[in-house]
Design a protein around this ligand. Structure first.
Ligand SMILES: [Zn+2]
Length: 322
């Protein structure tokens, strides 16, 4: 394998994504947007593992080891260089698998009336938003057979989290949203509503489309995103939860912009507290943040489902304060 192919492989796999996919969680942020956490390579009791997500490098002050994503794979899986490269390539290879899964689920959506009517109830009325977000539906009990026919070994499906230990489809009766390198499934039954595939939830939703906008609306949920997009607010992005991962936070800070935080205005104030905290962190990085105040107990989705319109939401944006 030549140097260029190795560089390409490394570019395809951000070190932080790979670490997070292997359950590494940063304990704190240090200077220059670097992250510190427990070392996955030795028994570590206080965080000594430093990651630089920009340079794609790590270093452990405990065991003294460091390097790039290939070096990490060598040490973590205790394999030699060529095997580490092979493992990383296999990890990358999940992308074509996910594309097949997304296509399959998109076809299923229009075969299942209950899924379409669920979307309707959540305020998604227009085909263009379903097309734009590539929304699909996982009925359950049929994906595995389809992918097996296409030649994907069960072990690969299990490793990707698409099939559970019992060999059954992991996503059952769920609306499915494709993310970058992952899937988000929302149960239409309400029980255990959220499901991601193992690994990182990725960066901000649809970030490439909005990163050059001078103003960006950030929401917590994909159904919030959908109704806003449908109402003509195309400068919207979503963190898929009120907690942003390191990469998502970095994205918000990578340029000059105003960020409108349209988090849930829930009764226990979780969303508002998260927005307050996020606003302070953004201002500390030189990003102007404004908190959108929704009526009590509402999120952007319920605001539109309950009859709110684009003009009313626009007024909320104008009234937003730091
Ligand atoms: Zn270490």
């Amino acid at each position: 394998m030549n140097r260029r192919a190795l560089d390409e492989l490394k570019q395809q796999i951000p070190l932080l994504d790979y670490l997070q996919a292997h359950d590494w969680r940063p304990a704190r942020r240090v200077r220059d947007e670097r992250l510190m956490g427990l070392c996955p390579l030795h028994t570590d009791h206080k965080p000594s593992f430093l990651v630089d997500p920009h340079k794609n490098l790590f270093y452990c002050y405990g065991c003294g080891r460091g390097g790039d994503v290939i070096r990490f794979a060598e040490l973590y899986h205790q394999v030699k260089f060529p095997e580490a490269v092979a493992l990383l390539r296999e990890w990358c290879g999940q992308a074509p698998l996910l594309d097949q899964v997304i296509d399959f689920y998109r076809i299923q959506l229009f075969r299942h009336h209950d899924a379409v009517s669920y979307l309707y109830d959540r305020g998604l009325h227009r085909p263009d938003v379903i097309e734009h977000m590539r929304i699909g539906y996982a009925p359950g009990r049929c994906l595995r057979a389809w992918l097996t026919d296409l030649g994907f070994p069960t072990a690969v499906l299990r490793q990707a989290g698409l099939v559970n230990a019992a060999g059954k489809d992991a996503f059952v009766q769920r609306i499915v949203f494709p993310l970058e390198g992952n899937l988000y499934g929302r149960s239409i039954q309400g029980s255990a509503p959220h499901l991601f595939l193992p690994g990182s939830k990725g960066g901000l939703y649809g970030w490439e489309r909005v990163r050059r906008c001078p103003e960006v609306i950030l929401v917590e949920g994909l159904f919030d995103y959908a109704v806003l997009w449908q109402a003509g607010f195309h400068h919207v992005t979503c963190s898929m939860g009120s907690h942003l991962n390191a990469r998502q936070f970095q994205q918000l800070c990578d340029g000059r912009r105003t960020v409108y935080l349209a988090f849930d205005s829930d009764h226990n104030q979780g969303g508002q507290l998260a927005a307050q905290w996020m606003s302070r962190r953004l201002w500390a990085q030189g990003v102007s943040a404004r908190r959108v105040h929704l009526p009590d107990g509402q999120d952007p989705n319920s605001f539109f489902v309950g009859g709110g319109d684009a003009h009313q939401f626009q007024r909320l944006l104008e009234a937003a304060r730091p």
